[in-house]
Design a protein around this ligand. Sequence first.
Ligand code: DSN
Length: 428
Amino acid sequence: MDIRIIPNFKMDTEMISLIQKEQERQRCQLRLIPSENYASREVLSAVGSVLMNKYSEGQAFRRYYQGNFIIDQIEALVKKRALKAFGLDSDKWGVNVQAVAGSIANLAVYLGLLKPGDKLLSLYLYEGGHLSHGWRLPSGKAVSFTAAFFQTSYYHVDLQTQLLDYEAVEKRALEERPAMIITGGTSYPREIDYGKMRRIADEVGALYLADIAHEAGLVAAGVNQSPFPYAHVVTMTTRKTLRGPVGALIFARREFIDRINQAVFPGLQGGPQNHSIAGIGVALHEAMRPEFKEYAVGVVANAQKLAKGLMSKGYEIVSGGTDKHLMVVDLRNKGIGGKEAALALEKANIIVNKQAVPGETSRFWAPSGIRLGTPALTSRGMREKEMEQVALFIDEALRNYQNVAVLRRIGREVRDFAFQFPAPGISG
Ligand code: DSN
C-alpha cells in the first residue's frame, strides 16, 4: 500500500515497512478504543506538511520570530473555525489552539487560573476521571504533576446506579471548598448535568472546568449536551470523536483567556506544532459539514446497539447503557479479568482497553472491566446491523478467552468482516 501523504519517503525501507504494517493493522482490526479514530486523508496531509518546519512562538500576529505571515493566517483561521464549530461568540469566548495534548491543556488552565497549592475537585479516576485532573494513588502518592502542584479531592458516582449523584457532589464541594471543579474524563458513559455542576461551583466560589476530550465531536454535532452555557473553561482533545490530529483546544471566557495563553506559551511549551494546528483546522471544517452530524448520531446509536447486544448476552454494562460513544463492561459476573479479556480480544483482532470499574475490587493494572467505543467503527461506515455482529464476535471471543485456536479463527473472521469497510485515510 502506498503512503501517499509523504511521497518522498521512499528510502528508509525499514521505517516505511513499519508504517505500512500499522496501516494494515488499523485496516484489518476492529478498533474499539473509544479515544481512537481515523483521521481523513486531508487531516493527515495537513499534519504531514511543511508547516512543521516553522518556529512561531507567540500568538497569531504577535510572534517572536519573523517569517510567520502565513502561519499567523493559519492559526487565526483555526481559532475562527473552533469558535464557529461550537457556536461561540468571539466577544465572550477566546480559544487557544496550541496545547499539544489534553493533559497539557488542563495543566495550562490550572497554571493560568490557580495558585500552586489550590484545591481541585474532580471525578474519581476509577469511575471515569482523568490523570490530569489530579490523580493520587490511594496511598497518597501523586501520580501526575497536577497532583504534585495542587491539592486534589474527588467526587464519586453512586455505587448502586453508577450515575453521578449531584447531591453528593454538592456535599463534597461544601466539605472540600475547591478552587476549581472539573467534570469529564475518560469513561463516564452518561450525559453530565453541566448546569447543576456550575451551580455547585458558584455555591462554593469555584471556577468550573468542563473537560470534554472524549465527547468533543458529539458536542460539536449537537448530539451530546454542550457545557459552554455553564463552564468558565472548556478543554478538549482533537483526535477522538472530533476526528482530528493529536492536539487540544482550550476555550475560556474572555476574562480568562490571556492568562491561559501565557500559561501555554511561555509557561509550558515552546514553538507550537503548526502542522497539527492546521490539521485541527481541517478537522473542524469537516465537523461543520452536515455529514458529520450524521456521523455523530451514528456513533451514539452504534454504542447503544452494541451495549444492548452485549447485555443480551449477560454482560453488565456500567450504568446500564450509554448516552455517548463509549461503554464500560464490568466482567466480574463472567469470572474473567479486564486484562485477560483485552488480551484475548486482541488475538481475535478486536482492540479494546482494560478498564477500572466503579467499586473496583482489583488492582489498577489488572482491573475488572474493559472499555469499548464506536467512533472508529462508525468512521468506517458501520451501522447498527454491524454492531450486532461485533457483539457476537466479542461474546464468542470472551467465552473462549483461553482457547487460542478459537480466538485465531474468530480473528480471521473479524479481518474478513473489517475489510468490507473502508478505513478513512487508509483505504477510504
Ligand atoms: N488516553 C485517553 C483515553 O483513552 O481516554 C485519555 O487520555
